[in-house]
Design a protein around this ligand. Structure first.
Ligand SMILES: [Zn+2]
Length: 388
């Protein structure tokens, strides 16, 4: 009896300990009928992926993080002015297309101590982009490259547009050393600015939402682009900072709040500029060397032909072929140029091979022949001599 009551007591103590850390949750109501991700989904994903998907910090300290999405834009400079005046560092989740459009704003934000993060390239609902790697290559990676180009590094943090990410996308982020940062307080600034045409009214509503739901280690969602104006958001920020400080809150960036490294550690590859002699074997390797008819017969001065007429081992479809070509050129980018020309079961497409900096290494034309079942039967590679 004594033993079992001891066990009960121990289990009660442990369950109490477990309760001390409450699960992360969305504190503000979702704006109805606006296609926002539901609280239930956000909270389930935060629970399932505790080191990759965040709604808020642990809740112990009176620290809060202001975050701004969608920019940079023509409104961002005025917001940066306010943050500078108040000595507050914020976290910006920016669209790649806008990073490229306003590089000077990006550089200024970084120089003034703000933290930069990825908010996709052009703001689609990523969870609906399930085919292939499009969501990654055309949205996430493209934005990482935009940051690399403008500020020389890639962020670790991203925020999905509208909050939508599916579980396999979260796993991919995890594998890439990245984290999804959602929010616990949605100021709904876009909604109040849209609903209220008088800026002062909209601004008071935004500040009111944040004041009502603020809590230790909150991540607060606001915007620096989109809608009819961002002025209400900016004046709300100006009003909220002293008021929240008065209540003992300290402003930190999201990486500080969650103890994350804001910059991705990327192994910097030496620029690769392979010669034609180094490139050709890579193409041949794909064409199953034992079956290759002619290895490198020079047609003209500028072209080399590699041809394989038998069925290529291990390659079942055109997409496989392209995927394997990509895998053969680490740090390089193989792009199709224009549309493929297809006549019955044969196709012709032009390609170019670029280095990591986008410099042209080589270009050429491939012809492929497919079986009636759509399998790749043969391929010929016509490659122009290296350009440098
Ligand atoms: Zn957004």
């Amino acid at each position: 009896m004594r033993l079992s009551s001891g066990l009960i007591l121990a289990s009660l103590m442990f369950s109490h300990l477990a309760l001390a850390q409450t699960p992360a949750r969305l504190r503000t109501p979702v704006v109805e009928n606006q296609g926002q991700v539901s609280a239930a989904v956000l909270e389930r994903q935060a629970k399932q992926f505790p080191t990759t998907f965040y709604l808020e910090g642990a809740g112990d300290k009176k620290e809060i993080a202001f975050t701004f999405d969608d920019g940079p834009s023509e409104h961002t400079a005025a917001l940066l002015d306010v943050l500078k005046q108040e000595n507050v560092k914020a976290t910006f989740f920016w669209q790649g297309q806008n990073v490229l459009k306003y590089p000077e704003v990006v550089k200024r934000a970084l120089a003034e101590g703000h933290v930069l993060a990825n908010h996709s390239f052009s703001h689609p609902n990523l969870s609906k982009m399930e085919e292939g790697e499009f969501w990654w290559d055309l949205q996430l990676k493209k934005t990482q490259q935009a940051f690399q180009q403008v500020v020389g590094f890639q962020p670790t943090m991203m925020r999905p547009p509208y909050g939508f990410l599916n579980d396999s996308q979260i796993k991919k982020l995890q594998a890439q050393g990245m984290a999804a940062i959602l929010w616990s307080v949605d100021s709904a600034d876009w909604f109040h600015t849209w609903k209220n045409s008088v800026d002062e009214v909209a601004s008071a509503k935004i500040a009111g939402v944040v004041q009502q739901y603020i809590h230790p280690e909150a991540i607060v969602l606001m915007h620096d682009d989109g809608g009819r104006s961002r002025k209400p958001t900016i004046s709300a920020v100006k009003a909220m900072i002293p008021a929240l400080r008065e209540q003992g809150y300290r402003f930190v960036t999201v990486d500080q709040l969650l103890k994350l490294n804001p910059k991705l550690k990327v192994a910097v590859a030496e620029p690769i500029t392979p010669t034609l002699n180094e490139l050709l074997p890579l193409f041949f390797k794909l064409h199953n060397t034992a079956q290759v008819d002619s290895w490198a017969s020079v047609l003209e001065d500028d072209f080399v032909l590699a041809s394989a007429s038998e069925q290529m081992r291990g390659i079942k479809a055109y997409s496989d072929y392209m995927a394997q070509l990509h895998a053969q050129f680490p740090g390089m980018k193989l792009e199709q140029v224009g549309a493929a020309n297809q006549i019955n079961q044969a196709g012709l497409f032009a390609w170019q091979l670029l280095d990591a900096q986008g410099g042209l290494i080589a270009k050429g034309v491939n012809s492929v022949e497919l079986s009636a079942a759509g399998k790749l039967k043969s391929a010929n590679v016509y490659m122009q001599r290296e350009l440098r």
